[in-house]
Design a protein around this ligand. Structure first.
Ligand code: FMN
Length: 423
């Protein structure tokens, strides 16, 4: 199968790769090459050429983002690796932290060199104790070997990596809230502009990248951008870690090329329906992505194809629901999550998420009167685009997505005066 464990061959064995094992597999050669043979601009150009897009959700081209860091500004710059992994359904970055932490460290050395950062942070989700320990061990091993610290690989480049634990807030995965949290402030997102690449951590130019994004970089440097581009589509290059959960026989994390047909991922890779019950809907990119109904599953898993269907690839977390699942209940569960995680800074998100949750609760109990579905849509719509960060947008997208795709199911609740799916 194309794109099977190309960039992350160390993950499927499920053991933790020590420094020696990583070195035996050619590890740290890309970092050595960059520091001894390449200029920082060459590195940025190679990553741009690869077409690598951010794997944290937004899909912004990594090389382009690195290029935004001003070259002519004196003083410190920072790299922040986003290992918050708080999006429900997403569980792929932890595989990197647990099994191939050196691959992430190597990617961070390369990225730090490219943007001129001598200090980097990894913001690790508060619950990821094992993952943080695995990463810290790898950082210690790398330091001992001279791959972190002063004068890396005989160059004049130095780098320290600090592991910073979060405290379990989903919003702290948003890059500017993450920056505030590292600074010791309340984890509230910041208004943009200025963007972090210009004014981020401690007011300095900062790049925030996802774990998978950074861990993909050593491959691009050692094998070349063209090799990376052999996988995926023209605009969605490379491979992706898909975290598949729900009603499939073999849920788990799989690396496959971008553009893999969703049906192939569900049937061939994940073994199809757990008990033969047909799929009812699939959320293709983490809970914030609107659902695809059973007759929309003929789609490829890339940024463009999913956007055309009104949803998104997001973090690549595929959640599969079988017939018999109440879509209102799933939407309610998602919105309850947002209500709980809303940081409270913006009124439309703070208040609106609660209003939407309460209205969905009423629909689930069959208590809303007919025209209130219009009000529900209106409240959701009024959150969209009116908040500092996209958490509020997710409340709107999820609510409107479910309402659009499952309008009849919503109405059935109201007609029956109860959830028709309940026993
Ligand atoms: C509410 C919210 C939560 C987020 N959580 C994460 C996260 O856990 N991990 C992540 O990499 N990106 C997360 N993001 C996206 C980040 O803001 C940012 O786009 C990403 O870290 C950039 O890295 P990338 O370009 O490599 O994808 C989140 C965004 C929002 C709005």
């Amino acid at each position: 199968m194309k794109g099977e464990w190309v960039i992350f061959p160390g993950i499927p064995k499920k053991d933790r790769k020590s420094l020696n094992e990583y070195l035996a597999a050619g590890g740290y050669e890309a970092a050595r090459k960059v520091l001894t043979q390449m200029g920082s601009q060459d590195v940025i150009e190679e990553v741009k050429k690869s077409g690598l897009r951010g794997r944290g959700g937004a899909g912004f081209p990594a090389g382009v983002k690195w290029g935004f860091v001003p070259r002519d500004v004196e003083g410190p710059r920072y790299l922040c690796c986003n290992a918050d992994e708080g999006e429900p359904g997403t569980f792929k970055d932890r595989e990197i932290l647990l099994h191939v932490p050196h691959q992430l460290i190597e990617g961070m050395i390369i990225a730090s060199y490219a943007i001129g950062a001598n200090k980097a942070f990894v913001y690790v989700r508060g619950e990821f104790h094992k993952e943080a320990a695995s990463l810290q061990r790898a950082i210690d091993e790398a330091k001992e070997k001279g791959f972190l610290g002063e004068n890396l690989f005989g160059s004049d480049f130095s780098l320290d990596i600090v592991v910073h634990m979060g405290a379990g807030a989903y919003v702290c995965g948003e890059e500017t809230a993450l920056i505030n949290s590292i600074e010791g402030r309340r984890g509230w997102p910041r208004l943009r502009p200025p963007f972090p690449a210009v004014k981020g951590l401690y007011g300095r130019p900062t790049i925030v990248n996802n774990v998978e994004t950074l861990a993909s970089v050593p491959f691009i440097i050692s094998r070349g951008a063209d090799e990376f581009r052999k996988y995926g589509t023209e605009k969605s290059a490379g491979t992706k870690l898909f975290a598949v959960s729900g009603w499939v026989k073999k849920p788990g994390v799989y690396e496959r090329e971008l553009g893999i047909p969703l049906k192939e991922l569900l049937e061939d890779v994940c073994g199809g329906s757990r008990d033969g019950r047909p799929f009812y809907f699939v959320i293709p990119g983490g809970i914030s992505a609107p659902p695809l109904t059973a007759d929309e599953l003929d789609v490829t898993m890339d940024y463009e194809a999913l956007a055309e269907k009104g949803t998104m690839l997001g973090s690549g977390a595929v959640m599969v629901f079988p017939e018999g699942t109440c879509p209102v209940r799933v939407a309610l569960r998602a919105i309850k999550f947002y209500e709980h995680e809303s940081c409270g800074q913006c009124t439309p998100c703070r208040e609106g998420s609660g209003w939407v949750a309460r209205m969905l609760e009423d629909v689930e109990k069959g208590q809303l009167v007919g025209e209130d579905l219009e009000l529900l849509a209106d409240v959701a719509q009024n959150i969209f685009g009116k908040t500092v960060c996209p958490l509020g947008d997710s409340v709107a997208l999820v609510t409107l997505g479910f309402l659009k795709k499952f309008r009849e199911e919503f109405e059935k609740h109201l007609d029956a005066g109860r959830c028709p799916y309940a026993e």
